[in-house]
Design a protein around this ligand. Sequence first.
Ligand code: G6P
Length: 594
Amino acid sequence: MCGIVGYLGLKDAREIIINGLKRLEYRGYDSAGIALKDCDSNHFSVFKDKGRVAHLESITDYTFQSCLGIGHTRWATHGEPNQVNSHPHNSAKGRFFVVHNGVIDNYKELKSTKLKETVFESDTDTEVIAHLIERYSYKMSVSEAIRKTMSLLEGSYALAIIDTEDPNHLYACKNKSPLLLGINDDGIIIASDVMACVGYSTQYVPLEDKTFVEIDGASYTIKDIIGKEVPHEIKTIDIDYFNIEKGEYSHFMLKEINEQPAVIRTIINEYFDGDKVILNGKTSEAIAMSDRLYIIAAGTSMNAGFIGRELFEKMANIPCEVHIASEFAYNMPLLSKKPLFIFISQSGETADLRAGLVNIKAKGYRSLTITNVKTSTLAREADNFVEIHAGPEIAVASTKAYTAQIVILAILAYGLSDKHIDLRKELSKVAISIENIIDKKDYIEQLVKEYLTKRNCFYIGRGIDYYSCLEASLKLKEISYIQTEGFAAGELKHGTIALIEKDTPVIAIISQRSINKNTRSNLNEVKSRGAKTLIISTRSIHESDDQIVIDDVFELFSPLLTVIPAQFIAYYAALERGYDIDKPRNLAKSVTVE
Ligand code: G6P
């Protein structure tokens, strides 16, 4: 993970880098650092420490002007988050500063073979890069030294590099980790994500793997690893500045929960012409041609995938499997004759998914990515992609991307379905029903105070509700740190019921008439062992003492509603405990390491 921002130009490098890092904190936020050159001298200053970008801002010297700098926000992989391990890292003689996103798999080997004499300051893998570049810079040009270093690195990296002896240049290179250039007449930005460039650049250049970039302020050259110039595409930044600000909301998560009805309406506008679904023909064809779908995803996107499986199997009669991306990449199941691999990822950058995509591409199989970021690696590298149009999602705990993914999966499944429903109308109904739940958020906050009083909690449900429980419990544990399990209601009695004691919160999701009675009897089992039960049910099957009653919609779409109270439950439980809701501990939004 980690976020990188670098700048060389006529503007204030410090402002561009610090603001950019704040927007990239979703990539990791356990430490942050910046190296800046003083415009009036050849002096470079480094500020770095454990903690957030706001802390970095407070320790950065603002008394000098700077037009060149590189910055970093970290999610620790090698070495604990402390001042020494924070980036930028400096080479042995102090000539080069380097910031890095990724993991160098062979860093130990490089230390013991190429850098035997070097004294290392930090525990990071990154430091080898700074030392290697410096070492080769004695024998060749800086560009060649960087490319030589690239040729030795195994693993993933996006790098921004400063040569303190030549402050008219800034360098970057990448392999597997994302990196792009934000371009403007008065300077060039290097960044992990286009979000860092919004407000400063209107155009950007996504960089391909194994490319190297030399920037001289007004212009840039992109080369491959052997130094041959490579063609590139300039794209327009179409992210609205207001979409990446919190506005009236106290947290991005609250804003994003509230945006869900609007997101569903945006998807309807994007993918419907009247009542007809309009999708890229190749996408529908790829699904129709396959004999089995394999959904590959991680975290919340995997939970959306479970709902997708229900939709594909129950609406479209296509067999579908869901696989944990990190398992699938190295332990592929026995495949059907005509498989289609569907990669679901909010960010489109998750390394565990990419490893799987690389594997199946090497075997010649077809792929489809469903993502929120159309410029992402997974969107670029799959045969087809479908954009979910959720808009930038900033809070680490995913909310609107989850519902958007399910809506897209419903649209894909519907394309092959023989069920005669008015999909547009049903989805519009869902948007209105979500608004009805949002109106009850204060009441849900009260329920949280009353019920979520313990260090642990269970969500239980059956069928499609079980999959909603998986997402509901992930949300709660991610941000409130309450140990929560999503359980198939009928399975609890086979062991885990041993954990139920007086006042253990058990939340049931019941949206399907066919399993209503069964789940309620499982609730009775836990109640009689002291559990405090809270029930989310749909109007047509609710009982008088169910606490949260939601509207009836087309049954297979109920996960789009049942998740909303669960998102609020997580939000208010975290708020009550005073945690950092948008940036929960140990997590990052875009996980670009395996
Ligand atoms: C991280 C995030 C999760 C997210 C998962 C998959 O672990 O903390 O919230 O669900 O990555 O991310 P993706 O971008 O692939 O959907």
